[in-house]
Ligand binder design. Structure first.
Ligand code: PGA
Length: 249
């Protein structure tokens, strides 16, 4: 059985003070539940604050939104997987569409970042998704499968079996236009099939999250779709109230 994963991608929002306030408000609304995984992805500067604020809430995980490919060295402005781990993070988003399309991250870099995460025992959530023009051109499946294939390229079957994937159509991110549950389900099934080809039956336990304009109203129909095992939420995860409602889906 896959248990649902609810991941909050705060993007470049909630510095340490706002993050501390969020955790206080969210934990007042959200009681631990053994049947789901809840993870917060604050910006890097807020990670230690969030980890400290959650010290009595081991039910809520913390991750970073990005890492660099190397463990240390002359990479001004970057943070590494061992540093994220040391700060208390246990998860990392790799290949988020904003990393790919705003910062020019390549498929080859996502592979190295997944490998860096695995070396430091951070669980990668590899994000894949097509642009609007690619969807309209009928290229959704090849684009998503190419990103998936490339991103997993440096990982062992065992490492793949213990990670997660997020399907986030780029046209749905921050636009208020979510994919329909059927559209999401169709892509998730393709991802599952590709994972099965790589790792066999272990693919059945790899969570595949949907992301893109998820909110408290559409969360339950998306989560109910076949092969949708969780939600990666941006905008609606910034409000403790909305986020608690989504996690309760
Ligand atoms: P959104 O972002 O929920 O604001 O569309 C999702 C994401 O980018 O992970």
């Amino acid at each position: 059985m896959r248990q649902p994963v609810f991941a909050a991608n705060w993007k470049m929002n909630h510095g340490p003070s706002a993050a501390r306030a969020f955790v206080a408000q969210f934990t007042a609304r959200w009681s631990p539940r053994a049947d789901r995984t809840v993870i917060l992805f604050p910006p890097a500067l807020s990670v230690t604050t969030v980890v400290a604020a959650l010290s009595s809430r081991s039910d809520i995980g913390v991750g970073v939104q990005n890492i660099w490919t190397e463990d240390k060295g002359a990479f001004t402005g970057e943070s590494s997987a061992p540093m994220a781990r040391d700060a208390g993070a246990r998860f990392v988003l790799v290949g988020h569409s904003e990393r790919r399309h705003v910062f020019g991250e390549t498929d080859a870099q996502t592979a190295l970042k997944c490998a860096a995460a695995a070396r430091s025992e951070l669980t990668p959530i590899l994000c894949v998704g097509e642009l609007l023009a690619q969807r309209e051109g009928g290229e959704t499946e090849p684009v998503v499968l190419r990103q998936l294939d490339a991103g997993l390229g440096e990982l062992s079957s065992q490492e793949i079996a213990s990670m997660a994937i997020a399907y986030e159509p780029v046209w749905a991110i921050g636009t208020g236009k979510n994919a329909t549950p059927d559209d999401a389900s169709a892509v998730h099934a393709e991802i599952r099939r590709a994972l099965h080809e790589r790792v066999g039956d272990a693919a059945t336990t790899i969570p595949i999250l949907y992301g893109g304009s998820v909110n408290p109203t559409n969360a339950s129909s998306l989560l109910a779709a076949d092969d949708v095992d969780g939600l990666l939420v941006g905008g609606a995860s910034l409000s403790p109230d909305d986020w608690a409602r989504i996690c309760g889906t």
